[in-house]
Every structure is written in structure tokens, then in C-alpha cells.
Design a protein around this ligand. Structure first.
Ligand code: SF4
Length: 164
């Protein structure tokens, strides 16, 4: 397993905010979102693809990477990651990007969507990645939560690379 030590800025192409709004571009541009999601998959093993399945191999790798039991590994999800932004403003951005023709709020609720401030893409609360950060989610309401953009400066240390 490769160990990566690099800054978020080095890890990701920096996205820009949508012109004239406070929404990150990946929330409005599905191609950019998919590009960043692919980076999260290749560099930090974001997954599993279908969280409703047992995904034993996936969780075994995560447990190995974090040096914890598989049971404990399964408790570290996007849904409780400090990089997972589920503020009302961000959900508005996600809904706007999905488009009002597609029942955006139903989609957000069913997929339990938020925005990953590290890899800059819409992610699901029931997934995880090797860059998981304790203390989330970021609801935008609690003191001490990282402001949008601050997470980009967090240094990725000891992110255990995986092949899937
Ligand atoms: S950094 Fe956190 S929110 Fe982003 S994909 Fe990884 S676990 Fe999910």
C-alpha cells in the first residue's frame, strides 16, 4: 500500500466557485463532479459502490488501512466526516445543480447527499474514503466547524492508497 503525503491543493485540481453564486462548481457541473469523484476513488478508495451490500473486501481493506476492526471501520463514514458539508446552503447548491425537474430534494434525501470539501464532489453519507476526518458532519451551525475552503488546506497524511 502506498502512503501519500501531500497537501489537498496538491491532491486535487482546485475548483472554482460558480460565477455569481457561492456554490462550488462541482455541484453545478456533473462532468466536473464525476472527475473529482473519480479522483476520490483512485486516490482514497472512496466507496463502496453499493453500501447496501456486505462489501467485505472493501471493508477489510479499510480496516487494514486504518488498523482497526472491520466493525470499527464501518463506523467511519462520510456521514460523520468533518469534510462532509451538509449545511442548508450547500444542500441548496446541490438541489440547484440537480435541477428542479428531477425532484432534487428527494434525490438528496434518498442518497443522503452532502458535499466533500476535500475532494470537491457530491458524496453520500453511507460511503467513506481513506481521508476520513473525525468530527463531522459539517452542518454549518456548530462553532469550530471548518469554513468552506479551509478543508483544502488540511494536510493529507498517511492516506493509505488502495487499488479499488
Ligand atoms: S473526505 Fe470525508 S466526506 Fe470526503 S469522501 Fe472522504 S470520508 Fe467522504
Amino acid at each position: 500500500m502506498a502512503t501519500m503525503q501531500r497537501t489537498m491543493e496538491q491532491a486535487m485540481d482546485r475548483d472554482e466557485m460558480e460565477e455569481g453564486s457561492n456554490c462550488p462548481m462541482p455541484t453545478q457541473d456533473i462532468t466536473l463532479n464525476l472527475k473529482n469523484r473519480a479522483k476520490a476513488i483512485t486516490s482514497a478508495a472512496y466507496g463502496p459502490e453499493n453500501p447496501k451490500l456486505p462489501n467485505r473486501a472493501f471493508w477489510a481493506k479499510k480496516a487494514d488501512a486504518w488498523d482497526v476492526s472491520e466493525r470499527d471501520a464501518k463506523t467511519s463514514l462520510c456521514g460523520n466526516c468533518a469534510a462532509f458539508n451538509v449545511s442548508d446552503d450547500m444542500k441548496e447548491c446541490i438541489a440547484k445543480g440537480i435541477g428542479m425537474d428531477a425532484d432534487p430534494w428527494g434525490t438528496i434525501r434518498l442518497a443522503d447527499l452532502g458535499y466533500c470539501e476535500i475532494f470537491d464532489f457530491k458524496c453520500s453519507a453511507s460511503r467513506t474514503c481513506s481521508a476520513w476526518v473525525v468530527g463531522g458532519p459539517n452542518t454549518g451551525e456548530q462553532e469550530g466547524e471548518m469554513e468552506e475552503g479551509e478543508m483544502e488546506e488540511v494536510e493529507m497524511e498517511e492516506v493509505e492508497g488502495e487499488d479499488d
